[in-house]
Design a protein around this ligand. Structure first.
Ligand code: PLP
Length: 421
C-alpha cells in the first residue's frame, strides 16, 4: 500500500517539475555535502575520538573527557576557539539566552542588525515584558534595525544605532518565522569586517539555528565572536535526543559556561548521562541529514511555486538555512497543510494538528511533525504562527523522499478541501 492512490493531475505535474529542478541543482548541492562531510570527519579524527568518549558520566560529571573532546570537535567544525555542547541546554533559545546573559552586563546595549530576533527571544530581551527576569529588567537595553527590502544590512542605520555602550551586535543567520532572506555567510562576513574596522570593541553574536553546515563556512571561520544553536536542529543529525551548544572565542564561551551552571563552576561539570554517543553519532551524520533537508527544501520551493504559491527562498536562490517558507494566504490553508503533512510522519501520523498557544510565542501556532525526538525540526516539520499572511515554515528532513512525501500529502489535503488555487 502506498501513501496515496492516485494524484490529481495538477499535483503530479508539480511533482514532476520539482523533481527536475532538484536534479538540476544536484551537483552544486553535493559539492557542499562532500566538503562538510570531510570537514566533520576530519574533526573527529583530529580530536582522536575513541570508544571511551562515547560513554556518559553521572552526577557532577567531573573529568568527563568525552564531554571535553566533543566540545573540541564542535569548535573545529564551527571554526571556533572553544565550544560548550551540553544536554543541559533545553533548547536553542536557552543556549542563545545563556550566551547573552553570560556576556552582557547592566548598562550594556545590544543591537540586532536584521530586524526583530526570533519570537522566543522577545521575552528574553524584554521586548515583550513579563516580569520574569528579562535582560531589560537587568538594565541591558536593546534596539533593532531592519534589513532593507532586498534583504541587505543597512549600514547607515547601523552607524546611527550604535551607542557608546553598545557591547554586542546580534545577527540571526536563518529567517526564523519571518518572510525575509536569511543572511548568507558572505553577508555576515561583510558585517564582521565593517564592525572590526569601525567598532573593534563590539562583540558579534550569531544565532546559528538552522544555518549550520548549509554552506562551506561557519560563523567562526569568518571571525564571529560567539554563536549558539540547538542540537535538535542541524547539528544533532536527527539523533541527538536534546541539547544545544555555544561556540566562539574562549573568553566568551567561558563566561556563558558560568551562566549555564553557576559562577565559579563553569563548563568543567555536567554529566553526560545517556546522550553522549548520540551527540557524537548525530554530529557525524549531520552533514548528510542537512544535505537531505536542503534537497527537500528545494523540492518544496519548486513544488509549491508550481502550484501557484509564493515561496521563500525562491527556487534558484542560494540556500543558507534549512527553512522553506510557503505563503498560503489563509488560516484554513495553513491548518489543512499541517494536517496533511502530519499524515506522512512515521510517528503520530494519525494525530490531527490544531492551532494552540505555546510558551514563548505571542500568536497561536500550528505545528506538524511526527518526530522520534519531541519537537526535533531536523527530522522534518512544518509550523508557523497563525497570523497574516499565513506563512508555513518547513524545516529539516531525514531524507529527501520523506520531505517530498510530506509535501505531496499537504497538497492533497488542500486539494481535498478545495483550497488549492
Ligand atoms: C532562527 C531561530 N532562532 C532560534 C530558534 C529557537 O530555537 P528553539 O526552538 O530550539 O528554542 C529558532 C526556532 O525555530 C529559530 O528559527
Amino acid at each position: 500500500m502506498l501513501l496515496w492512490e492516485e494524484l490529481p493531475r495538477l499535483i503530479s505535474e508539480a511533482v514532476e517539475h520539482a523533481e527536475a529542478v532538484v536534479q538540476s541543482r544536484l551537483s552544486d548541492l553535493s559539492e557542499i555535502t562532500e566538503y562538510n562531510h570531510s570537514k566533520v570527519l576530519y574533526a573527529f579524527q583530529a580530536e582522536k575520538v575513541t570508544g571511551y568518549h562515547l560513554t556518559g558520566t553521572t552526577g557532577y560529571g567531573l573529568g568527563d573527557t568525552g564531554r571535553e573532546v566533543l566540545d573540541r570537535v564542535m569548535a573545529r567544525i564551527l571554526g571556533a576557539e572553544a565550544a560548550l555542547v551540553r544536554g543541559q541546554f533545553v533548547s536553542g533559545t536557552h543556549a542563545i539566552a545563556t550566551a547573552l546573559y553570560g556576556v552582557l552586563r547592566p548598562g550594556d546595549h545590544f543591537l540586532s542588525v536584521n530586524g526583530s530576533p526570533y519570537d522566543t527571544l522577545e521575552e528574553v530581551i524584554g521586548i515583550r515584558e513579563t516580569g520574569q527576569g528579562s535582560l531589560k529588567e537587568f538594565g541591558v537595553s536593546f534596539d533593532s534595525i531592519p534589513l532593507s527590502p532586498d534583504g541587505e544590512i543597512q549600514y547607515a542605520l547601523l552607524e546611527k544605532a550604535i551607542q557608546p555602550n553598545t557591547k554586542m551586535i546580534i545577527v540571526q543567520r536563518s529567517r526564523g518565522y519571518a518572510w525575509r532572506k536569511s543572511l548568507g555567510i558572505d553577508k555576515i562576513s561583510e558585517l564582521v569586517q565593517f564592525v572590526r574596522a569601525h567598532y573593534p570593541q563590539v562583540i558579534i553574536f550569531v544565532d546559528n539555528c538552522y544555518g549550520e553546515l548549509v554552506e562551506k563556512l561557519e560563523p567562526g571561520d569568518i571571525g564571529v565572536d560567539l554563536m549558539a544553536g540547538s542540537l535538535i536542529k542541524n547539528l544533532g543529525g536527527t539523533l541527538a535526543p536534546t541539547g544545544g551548544y555555544i561556540a566562539g572565542k574562549k573568553e566568551y564561551v567561558d563566561l556563558a559556561a558560568q551562566r549555564l551552571t553557576a559562577p565559579g563552576i563553569g563548563g568543567e561539570v555536567g554529566a553526560t548521562l545517556e546522550w553522549q554517543r548520540l551527540f557524537f553519532q548525530g554530529l557525524f551524520f549531520s552533514p548528510i541529514t542537512v544535505s537531505e533537508a536542503v534537497r527537500g527544501a528545494v523540492f518544496s520551493a519548486a513544488f509549491w511555486q508550481a502550484l501557484g504559491f509564493e515561496v521563500s527562498p525562491e527556487v534558484e536562490e542560494q540556500r543558507t538555512d534549512l527553512i522553506q517558507a510557503v505563503k498560503l494566504g489563509s488560516r484554513e490553508r495553513m491548518i489543512a497543510f499541517c494536517q496533511g503533512l502530519q499524515k506522512g510522519s512515521p510517528v503520530d501520523s494519525f494525530i490531527l494538528p490544531i492551532p494552540a498557544g505555546m510558551p514563548g510565542y505571542e500568536d497561536e501556532v500550528i505545528m506538524a511533525g511526527g518526530t522520534f525526538i519531541q519537537g526535533a525540526t531536523s527530522e522534518f516539520s512544518a509550523d508557523g504562527p497563525l497570523r497574516e499572511p499565513f506563512i508555513v515554515y518547513q524545516q529539516g528532513g531525514f531524507s529527501y523522499y520523506y520531505v517530498k512525501f510530506g509535501n505531496i500529502l499537504a497538497a492533497l489535503s488542500l486539494f481535498e478541501k478545495d483550497l488549492l488555487k
